[in-house]
Design a protein around this ligand. Structure first.
Ligand SMILES: [Ca+2]
Ligand SMILES: [Ca+2]
Length: 399
């Protein structure tokens, strides 16, 4: 029996060591493609269309010459059985007519350059659907053909006719199930998030992080990492759920996050933020540090940042309990109400409460309405109306 357990744990360790590499690219940095097939294809970095951000790859075939291809990814060092999945969005507004795009692939030989060719790798026979931006994806299981091949090029193909010969491509991604393969990508300089402040404060036994963005592009959310050293590789994620981002906005957005994990007196902690866009592209910010004072005393340590208003609830998404905090610049009277997306009042959390200037106050909500009934899963809006201004935010109840 013991032997079986050892064997099982060995298998488990092996499967955990198997890794996936991934990469994304969105043409925000002015690049075009790694290469191309046939010179009658013109590749430009264009702002005429974009799926994400403001730039995409514009493909123009002129004169017509068959099936031109832009080389989007080149993976080398592949071996039998490696799995490669790649995809991208194509902008096409001609249903069942040219121009249309397709995802396809071809092999390269060991030691070959990007223009070498070792046979078609096939691809997805579907065209872009002609309804605007549509997503094309394909998965290849690599076959080295007895060692003749070790590379795969992922192509965007354009099919066109006279005068109908322009396509746009954006937000491409690739995953490769291999530790040793090398993904050659067009370099990315995209800035998904413009972070203008990131700070930490300690009060009542809890470190609280505050950060503000000036703009966000396809930012689905945030993770927070903490370490006792300045090395991000030794850090651990401390948010139980992804903290929702603002998506795409040019308006400033404030975030607040309480570190609920155990802390030790006199210990310095380092914090990082990670933003994740809709394709899984991540960026890391930090670290900032915070030293927990002795005996949990509130020290003369970090000043509370200048963050007023209604804060994002925590946790979020939640089930069924969550905490909503707020801080006002001046003494006022406020009412905090939860609405559903139809604008129906679900619960009044407090009414005409006196709010003291500069105090961070909070209320806990248990997911029940004013009649004590459970509220269904969904997106809710909470509004704080005060004599000094009104604030609202969204939260997600996920059962
Ligand atoms: Ca883009
Ligand atoms: Ca079409």
């Amino acid at each position: 029996m013991k032997r079986i357990i050892i064997l099982l744990s060995f298998i488990l360790i092996c499967s955990l060591s198997f890794s996936i590499q991934n990469a994304t690219y969105g043409w925000e940095d002015g690049g075009t493609a790694l290469g191309q097939y046939v010179s009658t294809l013109t590749l430009e970095n264009s702002t005429e269309q974009a799926f994400g951000g403001t730039h995409s790859l514009k493909m123009t075939e002129d004169p017509l010459s068959g099936t031109p291809q832009a080389f989007i990814w080149w993976v080398t060092g592949l071996t039998d059985g490696d799995v490669i999945t790649a995809g991208f969005y194509v902008y096409d507004v001609t249903e069942s007519a040219y121009p249309s795009g397709r995802i396809w692939g071809h092999y390269t030989p060991p030691g070959g350059d990007i223009n070498s060719y070792e046979g078609s790798a096939s691809g997805n026979y579907d065209y872009s659907d002609g309804t605007g931006w549509s997503y094309l994806e394909w998965t290849w299981t690599f076959d080295s053909d007895g060692g003749l091949r070790d590379g795969l090029i992922v192509e965007t193909r354009i099919y066109s006719s006279d005068g109908n010969n322009v396509l746009y491509v954006d937000n491409t991604s690739i995953t490769v199930s291999s530790d040793t393969a090398e993904i050659d990508s067009i370099e990315e300089g995209e800035v998904p998030v413009e972070l203008s402040s990131f700070s930490a404060a300690y009060s009542n036994g809890t470190p609280t992080l505050f950060w503000t963005t000036q703009s966000e592009t396809n930012n689905i959310g945030w993770n927070v990492f903490r370490s006792e050293s300045e090395n991000v590789n030794e850090s651990l994620q401390i948010n139980p759920e992804l903290i929702p981002g603002a998506g795409t906005t040019s308006q400033p957005t404030d975030y607040v996050f309480d570190d609920e994990y155990d802390i030790q007196d006199n210990q310095e902690y380092f914090y990082w933020l990670e933003s994740i866009d809709n394709l899984g592209y991540t960026d890391t910010y930090g670290p900032i540090s915070l030293t927990v004072p002795e005996d949990g005393e509130d020290p003369g340590t970090p000043e509370i940042p200048d963050l007023y208003g209604l804060h994002q609830n925590y946790p979020n998404p939640f089930n069924p309990n969550t905490r909503i905090s707020y801080r006002m610049k001046e003494d006022c009277v406020g009412t905090l109400t939860v609405y559903n997306l139809k604008g129906e009042k679900m619960v009044i959390l407090f009414e005409n409460r006196e709010i003291i200037a500069d105090d961070k106050e909070f209320v806990e909500w248990n997911g029940l309405d004013n009649n004590g009934n459970e509220i269904p899963s969904g997106i809710y809006i909470y509004k704080l109306n005060t004599s000094a201004g009104s604030y609202s935010r969204k939260m997600v109840l996920a059962k």
